[in-house]
Design a protein around this ligand. Structure first.
Ligand code: CP
Ligand code: NVA
Length: 303
């Protein structure tokens, strides 16, 4: 594993290795066992979009591993003024040991990896959010004890989260059902992958997708960069909410996850978010542990 660009690139064995290491690092951190595996290493973090969890968990994660992280806002970097990604990649590769980038186009992340000579981690693009999905899989495994054979349901927009969850969950042997309005389906590459692997269903009615689900997940109706479409999307997605009615169709002990930030009263009711707050905030915590595992795999271990 040289980079973490999207879930499509990972093998099931690599995902399993990351999750196992994440569990171990979480245990060590909880028990005060130090693991300074990245002593002297520096991660650069380029942000072209806002972030709470990703920024803080990467920064704290690097610190706990004995390294350091640099926050690089694209407003301040020359990349924000048009310096090509090819040059940025080659320059930053000479100072840093790894780069995390949050941006719009997946292409930019892929180019950074192509032209640079250090590991690149996708901290969210319009297409993918692999760091979040690794934390989600870790959380489901923690609560349910396994992933293989479970059913994951995603209700909402065919966005970075839906794309990445479909691929990650199928690679872990889960069944996946999604519900989205017409015109808001997941990316074509994801649908093609799912069709090859099997175990994937797409619905227009959230109740169909939620049937017998072990975990039900949603995300905002308007992602970062889609703020101008928010009002229109609120009308289109009105029926695509995690609420009591939809959860009647899931298993009685079904988990609910949300990558956060959440828009209460839109994609999830206040009551449903609060009823599952333990799972949702554990999921947020697991960003730290899962990303530390990714950092160790990419920056410390020999390829
Ligand atoms: N879930 C997530 O990526 O949160 P941030 O946007 O706060 O990083
Ligand atoms: N789909 C959301 C996820 C935020 C973590 C967005 O891209 O804004």
């Amino acid at each position: 594993m040289n980079h973490l660009l999207k879930m499509l690139d990972l093998t099931p064995a690599q995902i399993n290795d990351i999750l196992n290491l994440a569990d171990q690092l979480k245990y060590e951190q909880k028990h005060g066992i130090s693991h300074r595996l990245l002593e002297g290493k520096t991660l650069g973090m380029i942000f072209q979009k806002s972030s709470t969890r990703t920024r803080v968990s990467f920064e704290v994660g690097m610190y706990q591993l004995g390294g350091q992280a640099l926050f690089l806002s694209s407003n301040d970097l020359q990349i924000g003024r048009g310096e090509p990604v090819e040059d940025t990649a080659r320059v930053l590769s000479r100072y840093l040991d790894g780069i995390m980038i949050r941006t719009y186009e997946q292409r930019e992340v892929e180019d950074l990896a192509k032209y640079g000579s250090i590991p690149v981690i996708n901290g969210l693009t319009d297409f993918a959010h692999p760091c979040q999905v690794l934390a989600d899989l870790m959380t489901i495994r923690e609560v349910k004890g396994r992933l293989d054979g479970l059913k994951l349901c995603f209700i909402g927009d065919g966005n970075n989260m839906m794309n990445s969850l479909i691929v990650g969950a199928l690679k872990c042997g889960m069944k996946v059902a999604v519900a989205c309005p017409e015109g808001y389906e997941p990316d074509r590459s994801v649908i093609e992958f799912a069709a090859q692997v099997g175990g994937f269903e797409m619905y227009r009615d959230p109740r169909g997708a939620a049937r017998a689900a072990d975990v039900v997940i949603t995300d905002v109706w308007a992602s970062m960069g889609q703020e101008e479409e928010a009002a229109q999307r609120r009308a289109i997605f009105a029926g695509f909410q995690i609420n009591d009615e939809v959860m009647k169709y899931a298993k009685s002990d079904a988990m609910v996850l949300h990558c956060l930030p959440a828009h209460r009263g839109e994609e999830i009711t206040v009551a449903m978010l609060e009823a599952h707050a333990n799972e949702i905030f554990e999921e947020a915590e697991n960003r730290l542990h899962a990303q530390k595992a990714v950092l160790v795999k990419l920056l410390a271990e020999k390829k």
